[in-house]
Ligand binder design. Structure first.
Ligand SMILES: Cc1ncc(COP(=O)(O)O)c(C=O)c1O
Ligand SMILES: [Zn+2]
Length: 390
């Protein structure tokens, strides 16, 4: 339990991610009306807030509550998300010759994926604004997470999911009492339906980066990476990218920690985007060859996002961090997730497997060297994907 007295949230306002126009913090927002781009929460950093004050705080992402946009603690909807372990991948690393290879195991979150973080934050914020009904388009994990947090908050949840999503993802939503709609198509089609439900019912639409609060929850991965690695960041972070919230959030956390004086700005990690060859719009966009290909399904369903609303922000993170973007085959995603799980005893989702598959390709290309300090993000565990593995 939390033994220290938290300061109030330092959240100050919101700004448009393209033109910096100002939006007030005290009303519920979606994306910017000026440029139709994601909104970003800004903080007035108080330098008397020192990283040492974190010691002894609650073992969840809410230990960073000054840097989260919730005004009143009583609106917090938490199931213990965050503070997932960073584990060293020993046997696999030895086999492939890596010297310092780690994984942040987000599969240990309450709903089995890192989506718990964003939905804990967004549902808390919705509660603070008196929302009673939420809707979300999802590739799978975010829907289950919204179902869980809406259940905890006593809110109605409607989840829109591609019909081909494995059954455990669907069952999880029903378990938490959410209304589930299955759709013929990918997450972009689900997004269109979620918008019409929002218009018809007034439900709060939690579509990725079309509201500013999930990003704030996801960014806590960045704070944890710094704190758990004793404030010495890795050289490279490999992230399986769909809508990009986690990638953008981790980078945002690094920038905030520089302004807090918690880390030096001199050597931030190179941020690596990994996608599936079946659906790799961000890899094309980042590498400067945007195509008009239509993109398809992936067994790593979280990566099957044909049109990322935050694509400019994703590209900026990769460029600013001197990182890279790579697409890997479906076969290598599943094979690597399975090999890693067997080798380490850590339950790797296909998305988690994709990070290692991408890393091996970037090493072969000479972009990453085996003696660097490398962190993979295993964004979820394998349990909901079991049919792909057996
Ligand atoms: C397990 C998993 N990994 C990665 C992603 C992609 O996440 P992001 O939107 O942060 O790129 C998702 C999204 O559905 C997911 O469920
Ligand atoms: Zn704007």
């Amino acid at each position: 339990m939390d033994s220290t007295l938290h300061l109030d949230s330092f959240a100050k306002d919101l700004t448009c991610s393209r033109c910096n126009s100002y939006y007030p913090l005290d009303s519920l927002h979606y994306f910017s009306s000026c440029c139709e781009k994601p909104l970003i929460v800004n903080y007035s950093v108080d330098h008397s807030f020192e990283r040492g004050q974190l010691v002894g705080r609650e073992n969840s992402m809410w230990r960073y509550s000054e840097m989260l946009p919730l005004a009143d603690e009583k609106n917090k909807v938490s199931l213990g998300e965050g503070m997932t372990p960073i584990v060293s991948i020993n046997r696999y690393a030895q086999k492939y010759g890596f010297e310092r290879l780690f994984v942040k195991d987000e599969g240990l979150n309450p709903t089995g994926s890192f989506k718990s973080r964003g939905l804990s934050m967004a549902v808390s914020k919705a509660k603070e604004f008196g929302v009673t009904e939420c809707v979300i388009p999802t590739a799978g994990n975010a829907g289950g997470a919204m179902g869980a947090y809406c259940a905890a908050a006593g809110m109605k949840a409607t989840v829109i999911m591609p019909g081909h999503t494995p059954k455990p993802f669907q069952d999880e939503c029903r378990l938490f009492g959410a209304e589930l709609m299955l759709v013929d198509g990918l997450i972009d089609r689900c997004g269109e339906i979620a918008s019409s439900i929002q218009n018809e019912t007034g439900a709060f639409n939690m579509s990725t980066l079309k509201e500013p609060y999930r990003l704030e929850g996801k960014k806590t991965m960045g704070y944890e990476i710094a704190e758990q690695m004793n404030w010495e960041l890795p050289d490279v972070i490999v992230y399986p990218t769909g809508g990009g919230t986690g990638l953008i959030g981790i980078w945002k956390a690094f920038k905030e920690m520089i302004s807090l004086g918690w880390i030096a700005g001199t050597s931030l990690p190179r941020m690596v985007v990994v996608q599936s060859l079946n659906c790799s719009p961000m890899v094309h966009f980042v590498n400067g060859n945007e195509t008009h290909e239509s993109y398809g399904e992936s067994k790593a369903n979280g990566l099957a996002v044909p049109k990322a609303f935050g694509k400019d922000l994703i590209k900026k993170v990769v460029v600013d961090s001197n990182g890279s973007a790579i697409a890997v085959s479906e076969e290598s995603i599943l094979r690597t997730a399975k090999e890693l799980s067997r080798s380490e005893g850590i339950s790797f989702s296909p998305e988690g497997g994709a990070t290692m598959a991408g890393l091996l390709e970037l090493v072969a290309l000479g972009d990453i060297s085996k003696n660097e300090k490398i962190l993979l993000i295993n964004t979820g565990n394998a349990s909901k994907y079991m049919d792909h593995f057996l």
